[in-house]
Design a protein around this ligand. Sequence first.
Ligand SMILES: [Zn+2]
Ligand SMILES: [Zn+2]
Ligand SMILES: [Zn+2]
Length: 277
Amino acid sequence: MKILYMGTASAEGWPGLFCSCDICSHARKEGGRNLRTRTQALLDDSLLLDFPPDTYCHAVQYGLNLGGIHTLLVSHSHMDHWFPTDLIHRHEHFGHNAGGVLNVYGNEAVEKSFYEHILIDRFKPHPIDSCVHFYVTHGGDIIHSDGWEIIAVPADHDHREECLVYICKKDGKTVFYGHDTGRGFSAEAWELLTREKYDLVSLDATMGKKPTPSYHMGLPDAEATFQKLEESGCISSQTVKVVNHFSHNGEMTHEQLTAWGAERGILAAYDGMAVEF
Ligand SMILES: [Zn+2]
Ligand SMILES: [Zn+2]
Ligand SMILES: [Zn+2]
């Protein structure tokens, strides 16, 4: 299996659109892996994780035709994970030869904004109805789509909506993609998470060097979560460990994040990072 990290920043991007802090200034000056777009990943060329406003740029940059994707998991409705307006281009007038249906999974807030956005140019029946199907998803749900088995897990994030993180399985491989979440998982979430043995675990590290009790993680929180999963027998020496979804407010450059990870056997994701496992 492989994962492509297409974007690895939190909501404001890296550098932040309006920011001149030391980290953003460093990113503009150095470029390369210090430039991060909003978080999105692709598993095995077939399972899309989140749909940020940078999705169009990701498709162009990585040479992808998203017309062949049939499964999209949306973690929550925050703008860095969900920009549904571009989905209006999935139908036949703009997406020639896009095959079959794009199945979209997310919570009720995600569904609400999906319909609000695609109704912008609404006429009935709208051609998108036949090619993009939305499924309201809850923690504990098991989804079968396009050869994947997916388990939705309640996240420790914005409690105004049911934020979800996902366990994704195919061909004997299991991935936990945990963005966005803090380390304060509910008992139900821990029960779901500790049932599995993972080949790759990707954890939130938004706050960098700053320990963060909830909502997001800093590096110390991600490290503690990896350790807890290890103690539960879910992570072995073979498991690929990744930290991702970085904010400049974590006050670490890409080079510092990479050095932190290298000391601990953890990969600090960057835009364009591909891992086979
Ligand atoms: Zn986010
Ligand atoms: Zn900044
Ligand atoms: Zn969020």
